[in-house]
Design a binder for this molecule. Structure first.
Ligand code: C5P
Length: 472
């Protein structure tokens, strides 16, 4: 078997790969694997990706695919940088990391590499990293440099133009804006030398986020010096890279999502239910809100908390779910991830049913529930431009999903294999196929196995592409 070395690809190809990987929330290596699999299967997605990469009509999420150089210096707050990497990648930023020697005492390059999708750079004189990109390119090939945590020592070196390791050399060589998230002991922060260095750095155009006031990681210490929380740093990054408009791929779009099970009452204390957790629908709501959508989440009874920034409508039965979904329209997109009960009892008892002593159990007559997906798909007015259903199948997944697409009248079906071999049921990973109707033909995209959050992000990114310019 031959092997492929990414650094030997042309700069242009590497850039396109980076954009595509960031738009899909994958590492470059994962993206290459997907591309090869798609190419081998001659899946139509490949053509779409190629045209998007050519810049014919870039996917909307590629707009957000800025490259960030994250420098982690040696402080206890370095553990929070791991979460920062995750949060940045969730938002489709490509993250390349430089770690100082001291940073590696707090977090391992392996953990950083696993989260960023790329081996971190650690050494100015490392032949391999110099050969890979070189410290000058490392400094230049990015849209923003973030230093988190920025220690007192690193700030002092920056203020005085030192360049005795890879981090300081990159900071001195970069033309990009620099965002610092200082983190240190409160006495070190208030020390005149640090404040003098901070003044110099601010005058040089460096931007800071934090430090915050509060308990320090060292026991018994409190004051100003805590590193800003990862989400505060992300907000500062977005402000700096937002290009002034703050426009996100799904800004101004209304998306209605159903999630969870429904409970169908038998009497005031009993009900028919199923085991749906609601996790996939909630993940989609979160991912859609992150891309700027105005989201209404119509949720059946689950134990999950509200999704921040999302309008929550909590319901019990299928009929209530239908009513709430219709009341939430108009919408640009509707996604039906709920596991709606197919049947309800014909006559809900007003009082708790009692055993009558005869030993005969009561007979429960069932009637079919309204099909919310089919109802909304067939609306004459207020039908969302894109209606997406889900299909959990145990066999002939694609064949059955294609039939369901026709029967329900929706535009896309996300189908997954819930047979024991498929492994989706109860597991964290999911392999799905996106079936879309194009004219008379149904088109199938098979996505790689990934986490349910990954499926949510890929689905929402795909929706943004569809709404913002049909690239297929
Ligand atoms: O028919 P089936 O339950 O397999 O269809 C699954 C799809 O239809 C899912 O998107 C589900 O949310 C939706 N559905 C619905 N109302 C129903 C039954 C299913 O919206 N009563």
């Amino acid at each position: 078997m031959g092997s492929l070395t990414v650094r030997n690809l042309s700069e242009d190809v590497k850039k396109r790969l980076r954009l595509r990987a960031a738009a899909n929330g994958r590492s470059m290596e994962e993206e290459i694997r997907v591309l090869l699999a798609e190419g081998a299967a001659e899946a139509p997605v490949a053509a779409k990706a190629a045209s998007a990469a050519k810049g014919d009509k870039a996917p909307a999420t590629a707009a957000a695919a800025s490259q960030i150089l994250l420098i982690i210096s040696g402080g206890i707050a370095a553990y929070k940088s791991l979460d920062l990497i995750r949060r940045l990648r969730e938002r489709h930023y490509a993250v390349r990391v430089v770690m100082t020697k001291a940073a590696q005492e707090f977090v391992t390059p392996m953990a950083v590499g696993a989260l960023s999708g790329e081996k971190p750079f650690t050494d100015l004189f490392d032949q391999h990293s110099e050969f890979d990109v070189g410290h000058i390119r490392l400094a230049r090939d990015n849209d923003l440099v973030v230093v988190a945590p920025a220690t007192a020592d690193l700030m002092a070196k920056m203020a005085n133009g030192h360049a005795d390791d890879l981090a300081t050399a990159a900071l001195l060589a970069t033309n990009s804006k620099i965002l610092l998230a200082p983190a240190m002991n409160p006495a070190m922060w208030t020390n005149k030398a640090t404040q003098r260095n901070l003044k110099t750095l601010l005058a040089d155009g460096v931007v800071t986020v934090g430090p915050n006031k509060g308990e320090m990681a060292e026991s018994g210490e409190a004051g100003t010096g805590r590193m800003a929380e990862p989400l505060e740093i992300v907000a500062a990054v977005e402000k700096l890279l937002g290009g002034g408009t703050g426009e996100k791929p799904l800004s101004g779009k209304h998306i209605v999502i159903t999630a969870g099970p429904t409970h169908e009452p038998i009497d005031p204390v009993r009900y028919i239910a199923n085991r749906s957790s609601g996790k996939q629908g909630y993940a989609i709501a979160r991912a859609a809100a992150e891309l700027g959508a105005n989201v209404t989440l119509v949720s059946g009874p689950v134990t999950l908390g509200d999704v921040p920034g999302v309008k929550m409508v909590r319901v019990e039965s299928a009929r209530d779910m239908l009513k709430a979904t219709e009341a939430a329209l108009p919408a640009d997109v509707a996604i039906f991830a709920a596991a709606v009960a197919d049947w309800r009892t014909a006559n809900e008892g007003e009082q708790k049913m009692k055993k009558d002593g005869s030993g005969q159990p009561p007979k429960l007559a069932l009637v079919e529930n309204p099909d919310i997906l089919a109802t909304v798909s067939k609306l004459k007015s207020k039908r969302p431009a894109l209606v997406v259903g889900f299909a959990a199948e145990t066999e002939k997944v694609i064949e059955h999903a294609k039939a369901k697409l026709k029967r329900k009248g929706c535009d896309w079906i996300v189908a997954n294999d819930v047979s024991a071999e498929g492994g989706a049921m109860g597991g964290d990973d999911n392999a799905v196929h996106l079936i879309s109707a194009t004219g008379m033909e149904a088109k199938v995209e098979s996505w790689p196995t990934q986490s349910k959050d990954g499926v949510a992000r890929q689905l929402v990114a795909r929706i943004a592409t569809e709404l913002n310019g049909k690239t297929t």
